[in-house]
Design a protein around this ligand. Structure first.
Ligand code: ACO
Length: 402
């Protein structure tokens, strides 16, 4: 029952914790991480079991409602999402406006805001019916938004979703299909995406989720909060790392750089070069998601015969780093982003689109966290304090005297 926040505020004590390394902003029942042991669980279920046995929609339900759905609940939930995959016709015009080559994350963030504008009758964060409708709308429409962001960036025509297709199948067809051709959906590709989306679905109070909660704490609606989450995720230190990893591997390859030479450059702090896809605020052990993804990358890329060169490089980089004192002493291991890009690339996505795939996967977590925050009657607006270090009081000088 002790409210530490209240206690500190009444005693006038302010704690300084840059980057919130040690400060919890909330309690949560959604996701458990043990960073030292490399453990991740959603609502108590180990990530390894969910990645192998579950589907993305089932995991979305679990994160939002707290329990795995019954067959009936899953069917009803799935059909609610499928019915909301189709966007308002005028939203296609919005996606046509963006210039070729625009980054899909910017377009996606704008798309989420537009979705809110087109569903303006369901924006009240205090009305459970509105929150439920907005959750279905966001989850159902996100594959279409992400696919249109991609189609818009490559200048290809948009397709309509098909009601007979599953969530991931629809997303792949909307991304890679053409109006005049049938798109072949490969079950092994669908399963790989199910797994990748499940692994990305939530990760407690990371930068984008904290952003969603902070924006939500001001009673901003769920669309505004999620759009802010998309923007936070776009940064290369967060979700944008998946794009940065592939670009790093390509650069090493095109310069013909030796892996050991590159690692030496990373260790030299003056160089400003980081080993992208390595390190994590919470994991001081192998990221359990990266472990699963590495296995998939290995199998899928070896099967397809694609991009083995970059995979070999990534494996060598990992091996070199994990035997190097710099990385060992700092407990730096591959994170979720280290191997994903190789899979996404093999499946045909350009590097620029990788982070939008992360956003699609993370959406259920953002929604679940936003709802958990709003279900808490004691919630407060997020408002960190600061320690002022600027000038002491001084008097204004007229322009002529400066
Ligand atoms: N390459 C080289 N050195 C690194 C790396 C890296 N990828 N990551 C951390 N370090 C070093 C830091 O320079 C620091 O060294 P120091 O003690 O000599 O100053 C030490 O390890 C600790 O790192 P911090 O930056 O203090 O760790 P923090 O928890 O603040 O940052 C972060 C975590 C942002 C993920 C960092 O490891 C990083 O920049 N990694 C590369 C980007 C990346 O892959 N991001 C994706 C993260 S996962 C996700 O968001 C989905």
């Amino acid at each position: 029952g002790l409210d530490i926040g209240k206690l500190l505020s009444t005693t006038g004590v302010t704690t300084l914790d840059p980057g919130f390394v040690n400060t919890a902003s909330c309690t949560s029942e959604i996701t458990f991480i043990d960073g030292d042991e490399g453990i991740l669980r959603y609502r108590g279920y180990p990530i390894e079991q969910l990645a192998e046995k579950s589907t993305f929609i089932e995991v979305a339900y679990l994160l939002i409602y707290g329990e795995l759905p019954t067959a009936e609940e899953l069917e009803s939930f799935t059909s609610k999402l499928t019915r909301r995959m189709l966007l308002d016709e005028r939203m296609r015009e919005l996606f046509r406006c963006f210039p070729r080559g625009a980054h899909p994350m910017g377009v996606l963030a704008a798309g989420v805001m537009a979705l809110g504008a087109f569903n303006r009758d369901y924006l009240d964060p205090h009305n459970p019916e509105h929150v439920e409708e907005a959750s279905f709308r966001l989850l159902g429409s996100m594959p279409t938004l992400a696919a249109y962001a991609y189609k818009s960036s490559v200048g290809e025509p948009f397709l309509y979703p098909q009601t007979g297709l599953g969530y991931v199948e629809n997303y792949l067809r909307l991304s890679f299909g053409y109006p005049t051709e049938d798109y072949e959906i490969k079950p092994e590709v669908v399963r790989a995406f199910e797994t990748l989306f499940i692994l990305h679905a939530d990760h407690e109070q990371n930068a984008s989720t904290s952003t969603v909660r902070l924006v939500g704490s001001a009673d901003a609606n769920i669309y505004a909060s999620v759009s802010s989450g998309v923007n936070a995720l776009s940064g290369p230190l967060h979700g944008g790392a998946n794009q940065a990893v592939l670009e790093m591997l390509r650069k090493i390859s095109s310069y013909g750089m030796d892996i050991k030479e590159f690692v030496a450059k990373v260790k030299d702090k003056e160089s400003g070069v980081k080993l992208m896809g390595f390190g994590h605020r919470v994991y001081k052990n192998y990221d359990p998601r990266a472990k699963i993804i590495k296995g998939h990358a290995d199998t899928l890329l070896r099967q397809s015969g694609k991009n083995n060169h970059l995979l070999e490089m990534a494996l060598e980089l990992e091996d070199t780093a994990l035997h190097d004192d710099y990385f060992i002493s700092r407990k730096l291991y591959p994170n979720v982003d280290f191997y994903t890009g190789l899979i996404y690339e093999a499946m045909g996505f350009p590097a620029q689109h990788f982070t939008a795939l992360f956003a699609l996967g993370r959406l259920p977590g953002w929604i679940a966290q936003w709802r958990e925050e709003h279900d808490n009657p004691k919630r407060k607006i997020g408002r960190p304090r600061q320690i002022y270090t600027g000038p002491a009081r001084r008097d204004y000088l007229p322009l002529a005297e400066r």
